[in-house]
Design a protein around this ligand. Sequence first.
Ligand code: PLP
Length: 366
Amino acid sequence: MSAAQPSLSFEFRPASPLTPVRRREEILAAPGFGKFFTDHMVTATWTPQLGWHDAAVVGYGPISLDPAAAVLHYAQEIFEGLKAYRHADGSIWTFRPEANAARFARSAARLALPELPEGDFVAAIQALIDADRDWVPAGGEASLYLRPFMFASEAFLGVRAAREVTFCLIASPAGSYFTKGLAPVSIWLSQDYSRAAPGGTGAAKCGGNYAASLLAQQEASAHGCDQVCFLDVVERRWLEELGGMNLFFVHADGSLVTPELTGTILEGVTRSSILELAAERGHKVRETRVSVEDWRTGVATGEITEVFACGTAAVVTPVGRLAWRGGELITTEDSAGPVTTEIRRALLDIQYGRAADSHGWLRQVG
Ligand SMILES: *Cc1c(COP(=O)(O)O)cnc(C)c1O
């Protein structure tokens, strides 16, 4: 797939000192998730007069913000999440970065932020990998998690779209998300708290959606659940998605069903990729509304055989249990089902270069 040409050039201002090699190796041996960051980051500024400018790769470190910066008051912020994978031959690849760039642009439009052109989004990733390629872990399911974000940095308390915006890209080495193998997660059905309403920001990847989900997530944890599942806010009947992952249901005939995009669901790149991959592997796929009742009767009759959640960070995660006030329902007890396992492997095999990339989803960055 050919990418749009970048319009920005990134000035390189190397960090000093760099993380000592031994310390970096120590971190890469057990990176966890989101705890450690590479030596550099990318920053760029936007104003109506100059557009995007001052793009640079600089040493990773604190950003100085005026206390009146609009993001701190009105949450005008969006972000993305994707990974860089090291293949067995040492080369480094990203997965469908154009899809993340397109979603970043859609999120920007919804949050009244300026669009960062696709070519510049991809060029920022390339510039950071050029600087920090030794931070991309090898082996297992390790990766370098890339976090582009954009926020209102203008110091102004009036309520309107900011006239100074900062783009930033940071990177964090990530180990396999699952330390104990592919154990099914349990999900709490949020009956009191909503994530997204029609006309709201549910389809945008913005920090505000996450802020609104934290209390529901706490409620889930208090009930011994790993994740929270949100319902539609109109009928409170239709399953939408988890706080940061999309949902799939596997039927007895091997077909896959996922909640259709209604404007309140975030369109995951993993979700779209699975729809394509599963279809070409001979699974029927369907996007439609799924109710709690459908899940309950599907499990009771044996029509629904597996449920899984998906997203960039955790790839594909089996869902074992759905719980709510006064009830629960068990899908699988202790391990991932065959279709969940098959889809997960198929996706990882492409990302890690073990299977042919017949879709042109991979882009070499190092
Ligand atoms: C990021 C995100 C997802 C998953 O998207 P991917 O592109 O697959 O990582 C799902 N739901 C929400 C709310 C998200 O923010």
